[in-house]
Design a protein around this ligand. Sequence first.
Ligand SMILES: [Zn+2]
Length: 347
Amino acid sequence: MKKTVTTLADGRELIYYDSADDTVRDAVDPRPLDAVSTSSEIRRDPLLGDSVAIASHRQGRTYHPPADECPLCPSREGRHSEIPDTGYDVVVFENRFPSLAGDSGRCEVVCFTSDHDVSFAGLTEEQAGLVLEAWTDRTADLAELPQVAQVFCFENRGAEIGVTLGHPHGQIYGYPFVTPRTEQMFRSMDSHRAETGRNLFDDVVARELAGGERVVLEGEHWVAFVPYAAHWPYEVHLHPRRRVPDLRELDEAARTEFPQIYLELLRRFDRIFGPGEPPTPYISAWHQAPFRAPGREEFALHLELFTIRRTPGKLKFLAGSESGMNVFINDVPPEAAAQRLREVASE
Ligand SMILES: [Zn+2]
């Protein structure tokens, strides 16, 4: 893998990740861009104790551009995009419309491929492996920034999720604080340790593997299951068998197997609702330990993949109970979801 760090016309950082070690990336961004002005502000909610990023500049962001004006496609003669070169393997750059910036963190965009019309599930194992390298490298780089407490790599896929650009891409958020979900997991982890003397994540994974009815697939180094109390209609948690706190600590064997397992999972997601249905909208979310949290070694890196579609043509909305009270109601029993995800295997 070769990494080339460069800057865009407005000073934002752009990084190429290439599989060929002899690739040269020296294209210059010729666009007359104004410097990025962001007004992102973190406000603490005094009742809930959580934080909200107020980001009014995002209202002007690019919204469903036509495919020939895609800002994530490579540049070509007469049309310059966010990527100055005429091709790329994987590229990461600072978001021009960040929710978090400066002292309040950092937002990056990851383009998985230069091919506008493919989805992550359509990548080759080599391409998916390069994306994993990019996620890992970004986590390592952002760990060095004092204003970043936690790194979140994720993909929103599908217009139903609110994706405004059709090009296959994900995002990386460097939060300036530990997120509420992660804080909650730490509390659960700590009380489980106090009560049992054991690691919570180890026990959860062991219980799923022993029961088996919610296991979706098992590799030599990864296991995927629908959690016992899944919140979403189809939700899968993917864990490396050897527990590590973040992407940087995955070993070579787990890295090598990841593309195969993850691509299979994504392809099964697209088959859940049967042929003829549009691709399944999903959110794919990496959970990593915050960099400076006490007990971070106890945390388990894992990926949570879920869809908001519950049946063909019907979405699960976060309505009164979910949005008003944080109580999820799931119409699809987790055991049935796991059964479906096993029967749509590609083998
Ligand atoms: Zn594109």
